[in-house]
Design a protein around this ligand. Structure first.
Ligand code: SF4
Ligand code: SF4
Length: 268
């Protein structure tokens, strides 16, 4: 019988893969996230969850530069990265199971769930996973801010019953938004980012920014009332990845976090 691998061996292997795959940001921490709503905590995804792994790859800064095709460039970059990150999440989860424990990949965007109040959300909040593993802090724009890559990181993750040794790279302070910065609040064209409420109105943002022309809206709204799980599946089948384009990313492009100078990166 093949022996189970030790968590330290697994982490060594994960770091090797991350190096080979040019994944610059990687963190491991305990599966806390107690403030998440019931049904969307690590222990809801996998009973007995003990550790979180979260990692990130930055979209190039130039993709967000105002240019004739920047929306399309960001759209394509993000969709390629979702696949790459999701693939790595599955690979890392399978590797972690070599310890004899269980592991579940946490995907970057789709598939999404409908929670009945605030609308769509992932099965586990990757942004909070990023905070829990120390690789960044959630900013006023609702995104994970990282000292080196600002708001441009796209994330992958795993939740597992294995007890993995804590790890973080790069080592950086993550102080979060300066108290007086409101650049993303001012840049948002629909007022979805509020300083006072310290949250992003996700529905307001999505109504403006998400274009999913293949999604049959009427059928979706009908199902939402009658059979929410069927509505969820319809959304995941018709709006997934390339089938949705986000036509606004001003809260990313304008955010100066992680820049050498405290100037907006690219203002439109
Ligand atoms: S993506 Fe655009 S609409 Fe949505 S919160 Fe950011 S700036 Fe506002
Ligand atoms: S623009 Fe300023 S307030 Fe908004 S997320 Fe970036 S650092 Fe925070």
């Amino acid at each position: 019988m093949q022996r189970a691998m030790e968590p330290t061996e697994i982490m060594h292997r994960i770091r090797e893969i991350a190096d080979a795959e040019d994944v610059p940001v990687l963190g491991v921490g305990p599966a806390g996230m107690k403030d998440e709503q019931p049904g969307y905590r690590p222990q809801d995804l996998i009973p007995g969850a003990r550790s979180l792994l979260c990692f990130g790859i930055p979209v190039p800064r130039g993709a967000y530069r105002p240019a004739p095709y920047s929306t399309e460039t960001v759209w394509r970059s993000q969709n390629l990265y979702y696949r790459r990150l999701d693939g790595l999440s599955v690979r890392f989860a399978a590797l972690i199971e070599e310890t004899g424990e269980s592991a579940v990949p946490v995907f970057g965007c789709y598939p999404l769930a409908l929670n009945g109040k605030d609308g769509v959300l992932g099965y586990l909040n990757q942004l909070r996973m990023g905070e829990a593993t120390g690789i960044g802090s959630v900013g006023r724009n609702g995104l994970l801010l990282n000292a080196r890559y600002g708001a441009r990181l796209m994330l992958g993750g795993v939740v597992t019953t294995a007890s993995l040794p804590a790890f973080r790279r790069p080592e950086s302070e993550e102080p979060g938004c300066p108290p007086d910065c409101q650049i993303c609040v001012e840049e948002c064209p629909v007022g979805a980012i509020s300083v006072d409420k310290e949250r992003v109105d996700q529905q307001r943002c999505l109504r403006f920014a998400a274009k999913a022309p293949l999604m049959p809206k009427l059928r979706y709204l009908l199902l939402l009332k009658l059979r929410p799980r069927a509505a969820e599946r319809l959304m995941n089948l018709t709006a997934m990845d390339e089938h949705t384009m986000h036509v606004c990313s001003r809260c990313v492009s304008a955010c100066p976090y992680g820049q050498d100078s405290w100037e907006p990166a690219f203002r439109r």
